[in-house]
Design a protein around this ligand. Structure first.
Ligand SMILES: Nc1ncnc2c1ncn2[C@@H]1O[C@H](COP(=O)(O)OP(=O)(O)O)[C@@H](O)[C@H]1O
Ligand SMILES: [Mg+2]
Length: 237
């Protein structure tokens, strides 16, 4: 198996507060990995460190065999990592279509642009119906669809999704996760972080449990479901 991303002994501090401690994480090409864990565990920090929004204090990160830790975020984006941040951050005054175009700003190839757009509209028909609508007037679920679609328009080799289900109604959450699955099946390697462990374990092929900045457990859904602590704390069984 080819490894797309390798994190080795990554540490990150905010001032003196440690947010990540000795993180080892390997993402294989075409995998869908999910990091679960409570609020404040360090999930967003983990993604921010990968995409260069934060520089790790120690350790190394390799993407396609090349060191990327220490590179600026725009350089990392160019290498093929797209980060869909928590709470979306769209261009609210722009239309759906303009947001998708912004996502593709590094893409030179017009043909590829239309291929990707077709996939986005197939996965999220709602966005197609609303392509002229201003992003700020979309519902929360639609905004989340747009945020994922915009990240996908960069044609990433690795898609980072930060809490795509946050604040959404259960039905919409299911839709979003169905879409994440489709994007993965279209060949995009995805790393998802999510507080909703039940949903994340439904789609993730490999699940990593992050608690207080450390990966405390990992495995497949079937493996983790057997763990008494996972059952009690994360699945509410
Ligand atoms: N910009 C920041 N400055 C200082 N502390 C931060 C900052 N961002 C996050 N933290 C702290 O780092 C820890 C991990 O946060 P975060 O990565 O956002 O966790 P999660 O996404 O799992 O909720 C928390 O204790 C949080 O308060
Ligand atoms: Mg977070």
């Amino acid at each position: 198996m080819n490894n797309l991303l390798e994190m080795r002994k990554i540490y990150h501090y905010y001032g003196k507060a440690r947010a990540l401690e000795e993180i080892n994480l390997t993402i294989e090409d075409r995998a869908l990995d999910a990091v679960i864990g409570p609020n404040g565990a360090g999930k967003s920090t983990l993604l921010r460190v990968i995409s260069g929004l934060e520089e790790p204090d120690r350790g190394k990160i390799e993407f396609l065999g090349e060191r990327i830790d220490g590179l600026k975020a725009h350089k990392i984006a160019k290498k093929g990592i797209a980060h869909c941040p928590e709470r979306r951050r769209l261009f609210y005054d722009m239309s759906v279509m303009e947001n998708l175009e912004m996502g593709a700003y590094t893409l030179k190839n017009r043909k590829k642009f239309h291929e990707l757009l077709d996939i986005v509209f197939e996965v999220f028909p709602r966005l197609k119906e609303r392509k002229k609508q201003r992003a700020g007037t979309l519902s929360g679920g639609e905004q989340q669809m747009l945020a994922i679609g915009r990240a996908f328009m960069a044609n990433p080799k690795l898609l980072l999704l930060d809490e795509p289900s946050l604040g959404l109604a259960p039905k919409i959450k299911d839709k979003i996760f169905e879409a994440v699955n489709k994007i993965k099946k279209a060949g995009t390697t995805t790393l998802l972080v999510e507080q909703d462990a039940i949903l994340a374990m439904e789609v993730g092929e490999n699940i990593h449990l992050l608690e207080e900045g450390k990966i405390e457990m990992r495995g497949t859904k079937e493996q983790l479901e057997k763990e008494p602590r996972i059952k009690k704390v994360y699945l509410g069984i």
